[in-house]
Design a protein around this ligand. Structure first.
Ligand code: UDX
Length: 463
């Protein structure tokens, strides 16, 4: 089938490429000429595992093309996917200007029946606005053509987007007539094999489903972060609590990891947008407001611990920072907890020596060349001459800590871990002061302490 995708950002590119991979003829349209020129050469401007190879393979197979020609895009596809950005306005609501600009272009250029598929995360009621905009522009042309608008939100996780698209756990299709749903069912058939994963519903419910899914996940995280803060005050260990509650299948083990706050392009933006949507219909979304508030506070937690440890004497210090991306396997730093931490440290006169396996270039783009930020080539280099180490992203390379290296390279052996990567007892036994999230800080143990502990073990032969 012929498919056009407007917007060659993260969602558009993954959608277009995966649809081409299963045999469709896909044309991706973007107004950014430089981006399209790169993509035509098979160069992918974002970091997503597996995407480069898939783009190149489908360009070579002549199933995937790129263009800045909007009219060509509208002539090409029966399916017209809208996957352009919906950046937050100042009040937190999603800015629909790019979505509606595509709708206008479709109205201006379409010559026969088209299915307009909304992939962008948009406020409830946007499909109606898209419909009205197309009707209006068709009216201006004095023509009467048939079209349908569908809401088909994406649920892609950065770093696993190809897998998520190829093997979705659900395909949400919001349409106002069964014929359109059936056409989408045919398009998605290659991804809908072992059992029917397509959930058909009305358009507004589909639009809300996307926000509800992200808001629910964000709620789980903020809830766990609140429990972690409580555990710290009560002398309990949130990691034990996590295992204890996750065992209940109604709660589950997924998405209950406490940490230094959620970031990324979706959760912070979508929770805010949903709060705004609620406000507009005169509903006070208390829970959502709290989810956002808890997360904003949580992003400060490492800074507060650092400040507490150094008794407020921060000016002139250097902190080593491991992890810049908002999560592993991406170079995305949107709303990343690392940014909140760095910005708070800089305000207090602290220099940051940061290492990230792939996000350094992105940090350079965001912060330029600052005197108080050094981007290091290795995790070890970041430790050189630093007063302490802070960790904000759980990259696998950080999981096995070289205790000796940390102890001898840092000025003082202190680690602030925002992702609970290590066993507090083990780190303390290596002579390192260790702060993590929601777990008691274990006193540093000397080898003598440890052997004394050992001799205190009961002699089971006498029991
Ligand atoms: C998310 C949704 O998972 C995806 O379905 C949606 O389409 C887009 O938003 P993404 O932003 O790529 O995907 O990242 P995700 O893996 O969900 O993580 C988001 C944030 O939550 C990260 O900062 C992560 O560190 C944090 N997180 C996640 C936690 O703090 N604890 C957890 O248990 C899980």
């Amino acid at each position: 089938m012929k498919v056009t995708v407007f917007g060659s950002g993260y969602v558009g590119l993954v959608t277009g490429t995966c649809l081409a991979e299963v045999g469709n003829e896909v044309l991706c349209i973007d107004i950014d000429e430089q981006k399209i020129a790169m993509l035509k050469q098979g160069e992918v401007p974002i970091h997503e595992p597996g995407l480069d190879a898939l783009v190149q393979k489908n360009i070579a197979g002549k199933r995937l093309g790129f263009s800045t020609d909007i009219a060509q895009g509208i002539a090409h596809g029966l399916f017209q996917f809208i996957a352009v950005g919906t950046p937050p306005d100042e009040d937190g609501s999603a800015d629909l200007q790019y979505v509606l600009a595509v709708a206008r272009s479709i109205g201006k250029n379409m010559k026969d029946y088209r299915i307009v598929v909304n992939k962008s995360t948009v406020p409830v009621g946007t499909a109606d606005k898209v419909k009205d905009t197309i009707y209006e522009t068709l009216g201006e042309r004095g023509v009467n053509l048939e079209f349908d608008v569908v809401s088909n939100p994406e649920f892609l996780k950065e770093g696993a987007a190809i897998e998520d698209f190829m093997k979705p756990d659900r395909i949400i299709v919001g349409a106002d007539n069964p014929r359109t749903t059936e056409l989408l069912r045919i398009l998605y058939a290659p991804f809908n094999r072992s059992h029917d994963r397509l959930v058909a519903m009305d358009i507004r419910s589909a639009e809300l489903t996307k926000y509800a899914a992200n808001a629910m996940l964000a709620t789980k995280i903020s809830f766990m972060n609140e429990m972690a803060n409580l555990a710290e005050k009560l002398g309990a260990d949130i990691e034990q609590v996590r295992l204890g509650i996750g065992a209940d299948p109604r709660i589950g083990y997924h998405f209950i990891y406490p940490g230094c706050g959620y970031g990324g392009s979706c959760f912070p933006k979508d929770v805010k947008a949903l709060e705004r949507i609620a406000w507009e219909v005169d509903y006070n979304a208390d829970l959502l407001n709290a989810v956002e508030r808890v997360n904003n506070q949580q992003k400060q937690t490492l800074f507060n611990k650092i400040q507490g440890h150094f008794k407020g004497q921060l000016a002139g210090r250097t902190i080593a920072l491991w992890g810049l991306a908002f999560k592993p396997n991406t170079d995305d730093m949107r709303e990343a907890p690392s940014r909140t931490l760095m910005e708070a440290l800089w305000k207090s006169g602290v220099r940051v020596q940061a290492y990230d396996p792939i996000a350094s270039k992105e940090a350079q783009r965001i912060y330029g060349s600052r005197q108080d930020l050094t981007l290091c080539e290795t995790p070890e280099a970041a430790l050189e001459g630093a007063d302490a180490l802070a960790i904000t992203t759980e990259w696998n390379v950080f999981r096995s800590l070289d205790f000796e290296g940390v102890k001898t390279t840092l000025k003082t052996p202190v680690v602030f871990d925002g992702r609970n990567l290590y066993d507090p007892g083990l780190v303390a036994s290596q002579g390192i002061v260790y702060y993590s999230i929601g777990r008691p800080t274990v006193a540093v143990r000397t080898p003598a302490d440890l052997s004394a502990d050992h001799s205190r073990l009961p002699d089971i032969s006498s029991l």
